[in-house]
Design a protein around this ligand. Structure first.
Ligand SMILES: Nc1ncnc2c1ncn2[C@@H]1O[C@H](COP(=O)(O)OP(=O)(O)OP(=O)(O)O)[C@@H](O)[C@H]1O
Ligand SMILES: N[C@@H](Cc1ccc(O)cc1)C(=O)O
Length: 529
C-alpha cells in the first residue's frame, strides 16, 4: 500500500520525524527520510512556523505513520509511505522525559505549566540535566536512588546528565526538611564521604549501562562533578558582590526551608545562605554545560527556584526544575540519612542481600508503583507482571522482579548472585548453599544471630553444645524443645540430646555451625579446633 503526500507535508515530515521517531521502540524509519532526493531540507525546523495546533497535527500524523511501522521514503519529487518490517537501529527511550509522569517519578515542574516549552526543548535537541547529592554520609540511600534513576532515564533519552557531589554545599548544610542546624563535618570525614558517594554513583551508572542498556549505541557519558571545583576559585567578596546581590531577602525568607526553622529552633547564617550556593551551582553548570534542567527530591523546590531566579537575573535565560516524589516508609516518614531509617546503597552498610530482602518485602499495594519507579521495565511489562501476580499471588512474581532489578542496578550481577545465595541459605534451608558461604557472609545473612565460640571437645553432645552456646536457660528446657523437634543444626532437625557433635555432620567446612531454636532464633557457633 502506498500513500502519496504533498511536498509540503513531506518536507515537514523530514524534519519532525527525526525527534518523533525516537518515541517508540517499534518505530521504523530509515535514513531515506533525510535524503529528500534533490529537495534540500528547510534550514529552519518547519514546526517553528506552525501554530501550536498545526504542529500538534503534524506530530500526531508522524507518530501515527511510524507506529504503524511504515517506512517514509522518497521517490523523485514525490514521497511514498509504505509498509516495512525494518527495525529501527538507534533507539532511545522517549526523549520527552516528561513521560516519566506516567511512571510517577516526576511530581512537580517549575515554572508551572511549562510542559509545552519543556517538551519542545527535549524533542528538538539533546538537553543537559543535573541533580546534586551532598556528601553528608559515605553512602547514598534508596531515596537518592529515585533521583539517580530519573537521571538514568534522561541518559537513556540521549540527554547529557550531571551528578553533582556537593563537596562545598555539604559544608554549608542544606536546611531543607531539617529541624535544626547540622553538625560541622571534619575535612577527613568529608573526603571519606565524597569518595564513598562518587564510587556508588559511578558504579550505578556502570551497572545501568552494562545490564540495562541493550542498544548498540553507547549512552552519553555521565559527568560526575564536585562543586568544590568552582568554589575554590571564588573569593567571598566576589561571591557577595556578583552573586549575592541577585538574591532578595523577602524571597529567601519565604522559602519553606527557612520559614519552618525561623519559627522553630532558628538557623545559622551559614545554613540560611545555602540556597544561594545551590543556585550558583546551577548558574555555573548553565554557563559551562548549557544545563537548563535540574531535578531533585520534592524537598528541593525552594533551592531549585532560587537557581531559576538567579539564572533569569544573571543570564536572562529560562531554566526548568523537576522534582521527584519523596520515598517514605509505610508510616509516611521520608527515607533519608537524617531520619536514621536509610536503606543504603553501599554494601558495607546495607548488604545486597538486605537490599534484595527490603525490595522483596514490598507490600502488595506498593509493588506496581515501585516497579514503575525503580525499574526500566516498560509499562506493558509491568502490567503483565501484575496480571501474573493476580493469578498466582503466592509466587510474588513482581516483588522478585523488583528485587532483582534494583539489586542488579545497585550492586551488579555479582551483588544479585550474592543476594540470591544468601536468600537460599536463609529460606531454602539448603545445607549446600550454607557450606559455600564465608563466615562473614553467614554473619551478614543471619544478622542479629548470637555469635559464640566453642571448643570442639571429644564426645561433646548436642545437649552440652546447646547449653554452652546458651541456647536454653535450663537442661529441662533443652530436653523438652530438642525432643519436640524445635532444634536445628545447619537446617537439619536434631531430636536426640545425646548425639555426638561430629565434624562431617554438624560442622560446615568453614568451621561454623548454624543453630536454630524454633522458627527464627539463630546462633552462629564458631568452632575452635
Ligand atoms: N526519600 C527520598 N525520596 C526521594 N528523594 C530523596 C529522598 N531523600 C533524599 N532525596 C533526594 O536526593 C537528593 C540528594 O539528597 P541528600 O544527599 O541531601 O539526601 P538526604 O537523605 O535528603 O540527606 P539529609 O537527610 O542529610 O538531608 C535530593 O534531591 C533529595 O531531595
Ligand atoms: N541540596 C541538595 C543537594 C544539592 C547540592 C548542590 C546542588 O547544586 C544541588 C543539590 C540536598 O541536600 O539534597
Amino acid at each position: 500500500m502506498v500513500y502519496y503526500y504533498s511536498l509540503l507535508y513531506l518536507d515537514l515530515l523530514c524534519h519532525v520525524v527525526d525527534p518523533v521517531l525516537q518515541y517508540d521502540q517499534s518505530l521504523v524509519i530509515t535514513k531515506a527520510v533525510d535524503n529528500t532526493n534533490g529537495h534540500s531540507r528547510c534550514r529552519r525546523n518547519p514546526l517553528e512556523s506552525l501554530s501550536f495546533h498545526q504542529s500538534f497535527v503534524v506530530r500526531k500524523m508522524c507518530r501515527c505513520l511510524l507506529s504503524k511501522r511504515w517506512l517514509v521514503a522518497t521517490v523523485g519529487r514525490t514521497y511514498n509511505v509504505s509498509h516495512s518490517h525494518h527495525r529501527l537501529q538507534r533507539f532511545y527511550s522517549n526523549r520527552n522525559v516528561l513521560k516519566l509522569y506516567e511512571r510517577q517519578i516526576i511530581q512537580n515542574m517549575f515554572p508551572d505549566n511549562s510542559s509545552n516549552e519543556i517538551i519542545d526543548l527535549l524533542t528538538k535537541r539533546n538537553q543537559c540535566v543535573y541533580a546534586g547529592f551532598d556528601p553528608t554520609a559515605d553512602s547514598l540511600h534508596i531515596g537518592n536512588l529515585l533521583v539517580i534513576i530519573n537521571l538514568l532515564h534522561w541518559q537513556r533519552a540521549n540527554h547529557k546528565v550531571i551528578a553533582l557531589i556537593g563537596g562545598a554545599t555539604a559544608q554549608i548544610g542544606d536546611p531543607s526538611g531539617k529541624s535544626k542546624d547540622r553538625d560541622k563535618q571534619s575535612s577527613q570525614m568529608l573526603s571519606h564521604n565524597i569518595k564513598g558517594i562518587t564510587r556508588s554513583l559511578q558504579s550505578i551508572f556502570d551497572n545501568h549501562a552494562k545490564y540495562f542498556w541493550k542498544q548498540k549505541d553507547p549512552l552519553p557519558e555521565p559527568i560526575i562533578i564536585n562543586n568544590m571545583d568552582w568554589y575554590e576559585g571564588i573569593g567571598v567578596i566576589d561571591f557577595m558582590n556578583n552573586i549575592g546581590r541577585h538574591f532578595r531577602m523577602g524571597t529567601m525568607l519565604s522559602r519553606d526551608s527557612v520559614k519552618t526553622r525561623l519559627f522553630g529552633s532558628g538557623m545559622s547564617f551559614t545554613e540560611f545562605t545555602y540556597q544561594t550556593f545551590q543556585a550558583y551551582d546551577w548558574l555555573h553548570l548553565f554557563k559551562n554545560y548549557k544545563c537548563s534542567f535540574q531535578i531533585g527530591g520534592n524537598d528541593q523546590m525552594g533551592n531549585i527556584m532560587s537557581g531559576q531566579e538567579l539564572i533569569s537575573r544573571q543570564a536572562n535565560a529560562q531554566v526548568y526544575g523537576l522534582t521527584v516524589p519523596l520515598i517514605t516508609t509505610d508510616s509516611g516518614d521520608k527515607y533519608g540519612k537524617s531520619a536514621h531509617n536509610a536503606v543504603w546503597l553501599n554494601s558495607d552498610r546495607t548488604s545486597p542481600f538486605e537490599l534484595y530482602q527490603f525490595m522483596i518485602r514490598t507490600i502488595d499495594a506498593d509493588v506496581e508503583k515501585l516497579l514503575k519507579m525503580f525499574t526500566f521495565l516498560s509499562l506493558p511489562e509491568i502490567a503483565e507482571l501484575m496480571r501474573r501476580h493476580q493469578a498466582t499471588p503466592d509466587k510474588r512474581i513482581p516483588h522478585e522482579s523488583l528485587a532483582r532489578q534494583v539489586t542488579t542496578l545497585v550492586h551488579g550481577e555479582e551483588g544479585l548472585q550474592e543476594a540470591l545465595v544468601a536468600t537460599s541459605a536463609l529460606y531454602d534451608n539448603s545445607i549446600e548453599t550454607l557450606s559455600t558461604l564465608s563466615v562473614n557472609d553467614i554473619l551478614k545473612i543471619f544478622n542479629g544471630a548470637t555469635v559464640v565460640e566453642l571448643m570442639l571437645e571429644p564426645g561433646l553432645t548436642v545437649l552440652k553444645m546447646a547449653m554452652n552456646a546458651k541456647c536454653f536457660l535450663t537442661d529441662r528446657d533443652a530436653y523438652r524443645i530438642i525432643s519436640a523437634g524445635g532444634f536445628y543444626i545447619n537446617h537439619q532437625r536434631i531430636t536426640k540430646i545425646d548425639e555426638i557433635v561430629t565434624l562431617s555432620i554438624h560442622i560446615l567446612p568453614n568451621k561454623i555451625s548454624l543453630v536454630r531454636v524454633g522458627k527464627r532464633n539463630y546462633w552462629i557457633v564458631k568452632w575452635i579446633m
